[in-house]
Write a protein that binds this ligand. Structure first.
Ligand code: HEC
Ligand code: HEC
Ligand code: HEC
Ligand code: HEC
Ligand code: HEC
Ligand code: HEC
Ligand code: HEC
Length: 287
């Protein structure tokens, strides 16, 4: 692409863009934004970006990627000397997002009530620890919030909204999500607008799952089911059963893994069935 073609395309893009913004009544974008213009023409990507929460807060491409949005020559606009950051690696994304999101002063200018502890919670979570240890598939910010189409979490279309978060976890925890899908929990949580998986696992502070989640003072059931109630008793029985499998050692490792998935159906029978020996047992979850 020569500079002049790029310029005329960018100019055309800007005309279309201004029309589009007037159409949408959007006031967020002001001044030159060569990044937006050129990339819009290149891949149509900036169009979906107009729904992004960052764009509606006047944070455009250069806000995250750096570079110089007043410069229409791509070699200058996207040069290190103008602060352009090289390709963002997956394991660097938490810091990349956290840079703004853990800055109280910066975020306070936009939405003072918004929490700023996502990065610190995430860093200590099972996802954060595994990602740092080189487990590429461990969830990072973009897996749950999307990129270039990120929305407020209260927006039902957000991949992290209470309506959609379980589907988002299911991208990587398919078998677990399936065990959960048809339960009374899944139905009740939907009606009550409770956020599915994160009711018990949190979103940024997800910990390794253990039987401690089922019984005693660390039970995640207690906020909703009184000690001594039928569900609380079931939780204790499930914990006992899983502890038994754990004690049986490496011989029942596969059975234990299947039973931990079956916990989500909240039935002791389902747990016992899952622990039965099977001939071929592919790993239920994504590796
Ligand atoms: C909120 C921060 C943020 C904003 C704003 C943003 N990006 Fe990105 N962008 C990212 C992240 C993070 C990645 C890496 C995504 C990944 O690896 O999954 C990325 C990746 C990319 C890529 C690499 C190809 C790809 O799709 O993975 C291009 C090109 C890109 N962005 C261009 C743009 C343009 C153009 C804009 C403005 C229209 C923009 N970005 C706005 C965060 C942002
Ligand atoms: C005149 C057109 C043009 C302008 C202006 C422009 N870009 Fe690009 N951009 C490109 C092209 C072409 C590529 C390379 C695409 C490829 O290699 O697949 C690219 C690649 C990128 C990438 C991916 C780079 C990577 O590491 O893989 C990002 C992110 C990006 N641009 C962001 C920006 C930002 C931010 C600005 C404004 C400061 C900007 N662009 C301005 C045309 C442009
Ligand atoms: C495993 C999925 C997941 C990951 C990974 C994740 N989030 Fe979230 N995020 C959520 C969910 C779900 C919510 C909705 C509110 C809640 O449950 O805390 C949320 C809420 C938010 C909010 C709104 C304010 C708040 O805390 O409620 C921001 C901002 C945010 N996340 C940023 C981030 C950043 C930055 C990262 C990476 C460091 C990240 N998130 C990683 C799922 C995730
Ligand atoms: C340049 C600073 C900056 C960067 C970098 C940044 N954000 Fe944001 N983000 C903001 C601002 C400002 C808002 C608007 C606050 C508001 O009204 O919600 C916001 C809003 C959000 C929200 C909506 C919170 C809500 O209201 O529910 C999410 C989710 C979010 N960002 C995730 C991310 C993710 C994921 C990344 C990394 C890919 C990222 N952000 C990178 C500044 C940034
Ligand atoms: C009612 C509470 C509850 C809900 C809702 C819930 N979980 Fe769990 N989850 C648990 C408990 C308890 C364990 C611990 C089992 C053990 O290790 O003893 C667990 C274990 C896990 C594990 C480790 C075992 C496995 O399945 O691989 C993953 C991953 C997991 N949950 C993901 C999810 C996902 C994804 C969702 C939503 C589809 C979800 N959970 C919904 C309570 C819950
Ligand atoms: C991009 C993929 C991905 C997404 C999306 C994802 N996770 Fe994970 N999750 C992983 C990986 C990888 C691990 C580490 C598994 C391991 O090392 O055994 C993990 C681990 C876990 C564990 C600990 C499991 C254990 O054995 O103790 C829980 C609980 C969990 N995730 C819950 C969730 C919940 C809830 C969501 C949605 C809010 C979610 N995950 C979204 C990939 C993902
Ligand atoms: C956020 C609240 C909440 C949490 C946390 C929760 N539950 Fe529930 N649970 C419910 C609701 C609401 C119902 C009722 C569904 C209905 O009536 O159809 C229910 C129903 C059940 C039932 C079916 C009850 C019956 O009489 O057949 C069982 C079993 C159960 N839960 C077990 C558990 C266990 C075990 C845990 C902890 C691992 C747990 N629940 C955590 C809200 C919760």
């Amino acid at each position: 692409m020569t500079g002049s073609i790029a310029n005329s395309e960018a100019g055309m893009g800007r005309t279309i863009l201004v029309g589009l913004l007037l159409l949408l009544g959007c006031k967020a974008w002001a001044g030159a934004d060569s990044c937006f213009d050129c990339h819009r023409v290149m891949e149509g990507m900036s169009l979906k970006f107009t729904n992004d929460i960052h764009f509606s807060n006047a944070i455009s491409c250069a806000g995250c990627h750096g570079g110089d949005p007043r410069e229409s020559d791509q070699n200058i606009a996207m040069s290190a000397s103008r602060g352009f950051k090289l390709r963002v690696q997956r394991r660097d994304i938490p810091e990349f997002c956290g840079n703004c999101h853990s800055d109280t002063n910066f975020m306070g200018k936009y939405q003072p009530q918004l929490r700023v502890d996502q990065l610190s919670q995430y860093t200590n979570s099972v996802h954060g620890q595994r990602l740092a240890a080189g487990r590429k598939r461990a969830a990072e910010c973009v897996d749950c919030h999307g990129v270039h189409n990120t929305r407020a979490v209260s927006d039902p279309l957000s991949t992290a909204s209470s309506q959609r978060i379980s589907q988002t976890c299911a991208k990587c925890h398919a078998a677990t999500a399936e065990a959960f899908a048809d339960t009374r929990h899944a139905k009740a949580f939907k009606t009550e607008r409770k956020p599915g998986c994160t009711v018990c696992h949190a979103s940024h502070a997800t910990k390794s799952a253990t039987v401690a989640m089922l019984a005693g003072s660390t039970s995640v059931c207690t906020p909703c089911h009184r000690p001594g109630s039928k569900p609380a008793k079931l939780a204790e029985e499930m914990a006992q059963f899983l502890t038994g499998l754990e004690a049986a050692g490496s011989g029942s490792k596969e059975a234990l893994a299947r039973a931990r998935v079956a916990v989500h159906s909240m039935s002791l029978d389902a747990l016992k069935q899952a622990a039965e020996p099977v001939s071929a047992s592919p790993d239920p979850d994504e590796k």
